[in-house]
Design a protein around this ligand. Sequence first.
Ligand SMILES: [Zn+2]
Length: 495
Amino acid sequence: MDKKTKIISAAVLGAAAASLPVRAALHKEPKTDVPAMPPEEVDLARYRKNLSDAIKIKTIAGKDEASTNYDVFYEFHAFLKERYPLMHEKLELTVLNKAALMFRWPGSKQGLDPIALLAHQDVVPISQGTLDDWTHPPFDGVDDGEYIWGRGALDMKNHLIGVMEAVETLLAEGFQPERDVYVLLGNNEEVMSANENNGAVVMCKYLAEKGIHLDCIIDEGGAILPVDVKGVIHKDLAGIGIAEKGYADIEVAVHAKGGHSSAAPNHTALGKLANVIRDIENHQFKAKISPMLWQLFDTIGRNVSFPVKMVTCNLKLLKPALTLGLSYVPPAASMMRTTTGVTMASGSPQANVLPQRAAAVVNFRIYPGQTVEDVLAHLRKVIRYKDVEINLLPGWKNPSKLSPTDSRAFQKIGMICKSMNPNTIVAPYLVMGGTDACHYQDVCENIYRYSPFRVSTSLLLTTHGTNERIPVACMEAGVAFFKRFIRELSKAEEA
Ligand SMILES: [Zn+2]
C-alpha cells in the first residue's frame, strides 16, 4: 500500500469510526403511531375460577377414536355451556369430529372473510412416575393467589378460557363484529394425528367445502417473553409465530449375516450402523439467518442500550460470524436450520446373537422452505453405503408456509401489543413445535401463533412438564388482548 492509499484508508476508517456513535444513536425502530385504546373490562375473578375448574376436567385425547374417552370432552362442553351462556345463546355452534367445537359469531356485513381464534381443548397426560413431583396435583386447578396450577394452565386452557371470556364479555357489552368471528376449538392437537381424526383438519375441511376463506387466524405458539440483560436491554418481546417447523422420524437400517457371537466379524451390523450415524451427524443441514430471524435480531438490536448499539448497528457486517457462531448453540441453531437428532437404536435381541439388522431412528425438525423429500434426498447423499435402508416413519409433516409480516393482522397484533405496553418489542418468530394452525393453510394465509401472556422462559418450560402453572398477574391482560383482537380484526377494513 502506498502512502497516499494509506492516508485515504486511514481517513475512511476514521470517518467510519467517528460516524459510528451517530449511526448507533440513529439505530432505532421506525416510529409508528400507536393509537391509545380505551381500557377493556375483564372479569378476572370469573376467569380465574373458570380456568381453575377447566383444569379439573381431564381432557386427554387418545391416539385415535377408540382410545379416546369422549365423555370427558362432553363434560368439558357442558362446563363451557354453563359458564358461557351468552356465547352459547348468540353464536352458532357446530360440533364436528365428535368433540371439536366450531362457534360462529355472525358479522353485520356480508361478503367479508371471517377471522378465527383457535385453541385446543386437549391436554397431555402426566409422565409416568412424576405425579409426586408436583407441588399441587396436576388436575386440581389450585389457585394459590399467585399461580393457577395444573396441566393445561399454559398449554392451553389459559388461552381457550381467555378467548371464551373475551367473547362473553364483548357480547355482554353489546359488541357487534362486522366480519364473522369463528372460535375453533380442536379436540386432539396434542396427539399430532394429521388425519381425518384430527379436529382441526375436519374443521378446515368443513370451511373449505363451504367456500369460506379466512382473513386471519390466531392460535398458540408465541408468547410475551421478558428480555432482561442488565444495562443492555429491558423489554418485553412479543414473539409472533409466523411459521412452524416440519417433523419427520426416519429409520436407517443396515443388514448383515448374523449368527453366533463367538464367530464375530470385525464389524457387525451395529458397527456399520455407527458409520451411518457418523455420516448423518457430520453432515448437518446448513444454517442460515432467514429474513424472519434477521427481523428478530434487527428489532432487538434497535432496542438495546447505547454502547451495545455500536455493535448491533453493524449487524449486517457481522452476519457471517453470527451465523457460524450461532450454529454451535443448539437452541439458536434450531432457529436457523433443519435439526438432526439421532434418538433411538436397536441391534440383535440378545447379547450372544449377532444382529442381522441394526437400525437407528433420527428425528428431524424441518426448516420452512425444505420438505421431508429434501431430508430423504440429503440422507441418500451423505450416507456412504448405498445399500442402507431408509424408512420414513408415520407421523411426519412438512413445515408450514410463512405468514406475511406486512399483513393487516400482523400489523394490528403488533399495534395492540404496543398499545397495551409501550415497552414491548414485536418480532416474527419460528415455532419449534406443532400447532393446530398449520392445518388451516388451505383456507388462510395470515396465520399467527401468539398467546398474549407474559410468562418467563423458565415457567414456559413447565409446559408438558411438572408444575405447569400460569402467573395470575398476566391473566387480565390476556383477555384484554383477545377483546381488542376481536374488536380490531373484525372490522370491515381491507388489508
Ligand atoms: Zn398446545
